[in-house]
Each structure stands twice: as structure tokens, then as C-alpha cells.
Design a protein around this ligand. Structure first.
Ligand code: SAH
Length: 257
């Protein structure tokens, strides 16, 4: 039997094929250009639809992702003082030094994770629940979602945010996501919302054959700086990985707090 090439725990730059990122069309409107919704009583459907249209103009074309982002009420996942900015393409503080990712980045990563699939994904693991927003979007495009958070305060906050949404296929877990979550493995998809120096071996082990992992990774720039998006596919021929555009995620940390 042909042996699968082993995967370096630390990504050696030479092991990674950089591919050019398609430039964004000039004149692309930004979500910040959106009129701000007026307080909590806003017509959030209309403003979300405008967010979706702008995501489309920014190059997101996966209808399943756009549909999910059009459904999940992002303003329910941010502090009341920030509700007016909930549909702008910006990351926002969610407490304990963490942030909710920009809608544009969430859409981009979910589109990469789905990889044009014609059906919903099977089981998916998310590392970094944060406020629970991306987990809620994931629950619309996957059969089963496991989401791990290492900060008790945010795990509890996500539980609170999701309480009334009755998302039956989403499991929130308090734990160290660097270990993955073996009980739910193997996963059709793994997505990380925090970036580390290296990909934990457990993530790769817990990925199903044919599965895809999307995560920010650090240390590819000069003197180990910078962070960019990594897409890794587990194929019968071995692991295939591609580095994409620069991103800015909070650090992946080990242990619980
Ligand atoms: N998807 C989230 C984004 C949260 S930011 C949202 O929609 O709000 C990233 C999160 O990753 C932070 O909450 C941080 O605490 C968490 N994180 C960092 N390292 C982690 C680890 N090892 N295990 C689990 N969560 C981790």
C-alpha cells in the first residue's frame, strides 16, 4: 500500500504552495457603506439582505453560504451598544479580548470549507466559538456542528446568544480546541477562528478522508510574522495544502481559562 506522506507539525514554507489571490474587482463597495440599522427595532431582514448583496459583490458566490448569512441575525450576537454596526464588514469586540469575525471573512471561509458541494456538509468542527455567530451560520450549511471554546465566559455567552434560536444540530463544547474533539470525529470539515504557529496534529487526524480544513496560520511572513488563510484537503493521495490571502485572527491558545 502506498504510504501517505506525513505532515509536518510546523508548516515549512517550502511545503506550502502559495497561490495568487484573485484581486478584488476595483470599485467593490464595502459593507461599511451600508446605511446603519436604527437600533434594536430595525428591519434586520432588509439590512441583512443588503449585507448579502455586498458579500456577493465582493466575490462570494456560494448560494448556500449567502443564504445562511442572510438568515442568521448577527445583531443578536453582539453587545447592545454595537448593534448599529452588526451588519458592517467589520470585526467587533465580544469581550475577554476576543472578536467576532468580519462577515466577509466568515463568508469567505465557509465558501472555502464547502468547496462548491451540492449537498450540506456532514459533521463539522469549529475551533473558537466566541459569541457563537459563525457556529450558527455553520449549523445552516452542515448536518452537525461541534464548536469548541476555551474561555468559559465566551462559551457561556454563546450558549446564551443561541438559547432562543433552537439550533438542534449545534453542540457547544467548553474545552481546548487545539486537541480537536475526538468524540465527534471524523469531520467532513474543520474550521478555526483563531490562528496558531502550527496546525495541531489532532485536527489533521480528526479530518475525514476527503475532508477539508480551513484555518488561519501564522508565521509565514518575514521573521515569522503575518497570518494567512490555509486550506488543507485530506485526499487518498495525501494532504494537499494551499496558502491564501493575509488575514487577522486572534491567537490560538492552549489550555482553558
Ligand atoms: N467564530 C467566532 C470568532 C471568535 S474569535 C464568532 O463568530 O464569534 C476566536 C475564538 O477562538 C476566541 O473566542 C478564542 O477564545 C477562541 N480560541 C482561541 N484558542 C482556542 C482553543 N485552543 N480552543 C478553543 N477556542 C480557542
Amino acid at each position: 500500500m502506498k504510504q501517505r506522506p506525513s505532515f509536518p507539525a510546523k508548516l515549512a514554507p517550502s511545503a506550502v504552495k502559495a497561490v495568487p489571490v484573485a484581486p478584488k474587482p476595483s470599485g467593490t463597495p464595502t459593507l461599511s457603506a451600508l446605511a446603519r440599522p436604527q437600533g434594536l427595532g430595525m428591519d434586520s431582514v432588509a439590512v441583512r439582505m443588503r449585507m448579502v448583496e455586498l458579500l456577493r459583490k465582493q466575490g462570494v458566490s456560494d448560494e448556500a453560504v449567502l443564504g445562511a448569512m442572510g438568515t442568521v441575525e448577527r445583531h443578536r450576537f453582539v453587545d447592545s451598544a454595537l448593534v448599529n454596526q452588526a451588519y458592517e464588514d467589520t470585526s467587533l469586540p465580544i469581550g475577554l479580548g476576543q472578536t467576532i469575525s468580519k462577515p466577509g471573512v466568515v463568508a469567505r471561509m465557509l465558501e472555502l470549507l464547502r468547496n462548491g458541494a451540492s449537498a450540506p456538509l456532514g459533521r463539522v468542527l469549529e475551533i473558537g466559538t466566541g459569541c457563537g455567530y459563525q457556529a450558527a451560520v455553520l449549523s445552516k450549511i452542515a448536518h452537525e456542528v461541534y464548536s469548541v471554546e476555551r474561555l468559559r465566559g465566551l462559551h457561556d455567552k454563546a450558549r446564551e446568544n443561541l438559547r432562543n434560536l433552537r439550533v438542534h444540530n449545534l453542540h457547544l463544547l467548553f474545552g481546548d480546541g487545539m486537541l480537536g474533539y475526538a468524540k465527534g470525529a471524523p469531520y467532513a470539515g474543520i474550521i478555526a477562528a483563531a490562528g496558531g504557529e502550527a496546525l495541531p496534529q489532532q485536527w489533521i487526524d480528526q479530518l475525514a478522508m476527503g475532508g477539508r480544513l480551513v484555518a488561519p496560520v501564522a508565521g509565514q511572513g518575514p521573521r515569522g510574522t503575518g497570518q494567512c488563510l490555509l486550506v488543507l484537503d485530506k485526499t487518498p493521495q495525501g494532504l494537499r495544502q494551499v496558502l491564501l490571502e493575509a488575514v487577522h485572527f486572534v491567537p490560538l491558545k492552549s489550555g482553558l481559562a
